[in-house]
Design a protein around this ligand. Structure first.
Ligand code: NAP
Length: 221
């Protein structure tokens, strides 16, 4: 699908990351003018940073929030303060951006959630809950912010710097194990997710939706 975003003004939050970077590149390739603020310009965990950023900006056509940092681990092993930091980063980070962002009518906001919302993992329960909350936020904001459209794109396992803390050997072992159980027999690339983000941003009949891009991970046995 080739979509023309010629002269559209697009903000990608988290563009230094794998999915955000691929999304910013895809919007640019489709003709958009893309803002990619670094974290020291727009820190989604900081109310003042978010408000100051948008106060100095003209309205956008499309805003994508692909920024997040969360702590992985079971509910029993992650202490409550760290769990709250994760919620404050990924959920309230997107909430702050959506609350402050000024957009043209007919524009869109897209959150990046994650398939753990639908298919929980015993070692990442919190991530699933945060992602489910983000998807509910998109559905509700699609009503509150109409005619601005609000959607979520929910990735499965994607090869990005998010997994850089693992050793190369552990990462490849995990990628192979996950790929072998997926219907598509491979893990995702950031551009797979970017393509879905451009789809929900472009399609004027899509709002309040969550588009899953997980290689069939949610339905795999
Ligand atoms: N990769 C996967 O397997 C996967 C699966 C499901 C869902 N997701 C979700 O997809 C989204 C993007 O993930 P990714 O894989 O692209 O991750 P990534 O490569 O680690 O990128 C994360 C991005 O978030 C930014 N960020 C973190 N904290 C921030 C803050 N306080 N303010 C502003 N920016 C901040 C990072 O900026 P810095 O450069 O400053 O750190 C970076 O640009 C996340 O919501 C993630 O949970 C990913």
């Amino acid at each position: 699908m080739t979509v023309d975003f010629k002269d559209a003004r697009v903000l990608v939050v988290g563009a230094s990351g794998g999915i955000g970077g691929a999304t910013a590149d895809a919007f640019e390739a489709a003709g958009a003018r893309v803002e990619r603020p670094a974290r020291d310009v727009l820190d989604i965990t900081n109310d003042l940073s978010v408000e100051t950023f948008f106060a100095a900006q003209e309205p956008f056509d499309h805003v994508v929030v692909a920024a997040a940092r969360t702590t992985t681990g079971s509910v029993a092993s992650v202490n409550l303060a760290d769990a709250q930091v994760s919620m404050n980063n990924k959920f309230f980070g997107a909430y702050r951006v959506a609350r402050a962002a000024r957009l043209h009518d007919g524009g869109s906001i897209t959150f990046v959630s994650g398939f753990l919302s639908q298919r929980p993992s015993a070692s990442s329960v919190l991530q699933g809950a945060i992602n489910a909350a983000l998807q509910a936020l998109a559905r509700g904001l699609a009503l509150e912010r109409a005619p601005i459209r609000v959607n979520a794109v929910s990735p499965g396992l994607i090869d990005t710097p998010l997994h850089a803390k693992m050793t190369e050997e552990d990462r490849q072992t995990m990628f192979s194990r996950v790929a072998s159980r997926l219907p598509v027999q491979r893990i995702g690339q950031a551009k797979d997710v970017a393509q879905a983000i451009l789809f929900v941003a472009a399609n004027p009949f899509v709002t309040g939706s969550t588009v899953t891009v997980d290689g069939g991970g949610t339905i795999a046995p």
